[in-house]
Design a protein around this ligand. Structure first.
Ligand code: 25A
Ligand code: L14
Length: 337
């Protein structure tokens, strides 16, 4: 798939952002064989440095000639940057793992969650897309259930943290909280309304069908990753005043019957999943416990008593790690396994 070397030159595009910073951390945490790290960002970051393996590396401005000698380029600087520079990096000989929405639904581009469809990587043509954060954590949890009893319909509601939007949004939540707790007025810049002490049923732009782009990403990306083009799925995505970690309430209707206990056992045996589910001890996954970890956490597993075969689940993961940076690095690892 990729020429095997003892060490690779790895570029991170968007190296100073919320996800880019995490990508560099994950490369280090997992001992990815990095020979040279090339941190790239916009001119706003010129003069900045990033830390990698105890050493500082200068951030360079992303240019068309930035990819000479680069083996792998991890992109997280937004869709417009990926549209322009993704093909430039591929032309220079790099394999691109792109975290933006730019290429995900392109039929020539594999959309990969290694626990679910690593096989799709064999058809890559230089560019591989990393799915939307909310989609990633949901498909990791649903894959073992689908393999067992076939999912017919998914109804999902998300509770998404502000870090998905980037550093500016994290600063806005902190700043608005400070302002309101000191009896001031909240300054609104990133989101259409105040996010501190609020919930916004609005992530990404609205489409003519009344859904948001984020909601339709969950529909279309889930179908592509699971290889089920006509799977019934409907989503409501909600922004909540949490810094890191997305949570989801997921209801599934299945062809076969699974008890809650059988579902818990399947989930516990599947790769990348931790089951935290003990109502007797108030045990269920929480964003404040999950932040900084790698697994997808599942709790509140219950049979849906309103249908013959159905389950309810509560799914939490670190959106910057499994939802973005970790999944991208896992894809790179798969490429020369
Ligand atoms: O919705 P999308 O398009 O798919 O976007 C997804 C992600 O892209 C980022 C944002 O992440 C988001 O999670 N993003 C989107 N729109 C952006 C915009 N207008 C944007 N980033 C900057 N400007 P993020 O903010 O956590 O980090 C983004 C990373 O990408 C680098 N980057 C942005 N544009 C780039 C680029 N790299 C190369 N070429 C470009 N054209 C970005 O580096 C960061 O590493 P940076 O140097 O641009 O930003 C460093 C810090 O500056 C702050 N900042 C952000 N926007 C502005 C700004 N400062 C001044 N003016 C701004 N307009 C942030 O705190 C940023 O971390
Ligand atoms: O499509 O603002 O990957 O939380 C994921 C995070 C879009 C924005 C994507 C957010 C993004 C979203």
């Amino acid at each position: 798939m990729m020429k095997k070397k003892s060490a690779y030159t790895v570029a991170v595009v968007g190296a100073t952002g919320a996800v880019g910073t995490e990508m560099i951390q994950v490369l280090e945490d997992r001992d990815f064989p990095v020979g040279e790290l090339v941190p790239l960002a916009s001119a706003r970051s010129e003069g900045n440095e990033v830390m990698f393996q105890g050493q500082t590396r200068p951030v360079k401005v992303l240019e068309h000639d930035s990819f000479q000698g680069v083996d792998v380029a991890l992109f997280s600087a937004g869709a417009s940057v990926s549209k322009e520079f993704g093909p430039v990096a591929v032309k220079a000989g790099a394999v691109v793992v792109d975290n933006s929405s730019a290429w995900r639904m392109d039929p020539k581009v594999p959309l990969v969650v290694p626990e679910v469809n690593a096989h799709a990587l064999s058809e890559h043509q230089g560019l591989i897309a990393n799915p939307n954060c909310s989609t990633i954590q949901m498909v990791v949890a649903l894959k073992p259930l689908h393999d067992s009893v076939r999912i017919k319909r998914i109804i999902v509601t998300t509770f998404q943290s502000v870090s998905g939007t980037g550093k500016d949004a994290m600063e806005e939540l902190a700043e608005q909280s400070r302002q309101l707790l000191s009896f001031g007025e909240a300054k609104v810049e990133v989101y259409p309304y105040q996010i501190a002490f609020n919930c916004l049923p609005h992530i990404d732009d609205f489409l003519p069908n009344g859904y948001t782009k984020e909601e339709m990403k969950m529909v279309n990306e889930t179908r592509k990753i699971m290889g089920e083009p006509s799977l019934a799925i409907t989503a409501t995505t909600v922004r909540v005043p949490v810094f890191i970690c997305h949570a989801e309430s997921v209801n599934i209707e299945t062809e076969g019957k699974l008890s809650a206990n059988e579902a818990r056992a399947l989930l516990a045996a599947a790769p990348g999943i931790q089951v935290y589910d003990d109502p007797g001890h108030n045990l269920y996954p929480l964003p404040i416990d999950v932040v900084g970890t790698d697994a997808v956490y599942v709790g509140r597993v219950r049979e849906d008593e309103s249908v013959p075969n159905g389950l309810n689940l509560w799914i939490v993961a670190d959106n910057l790690r499994k939802g973005a940076a970790l999944n991208a690095v896992q894809i790179a690892e798969e490429l020369f396994r």
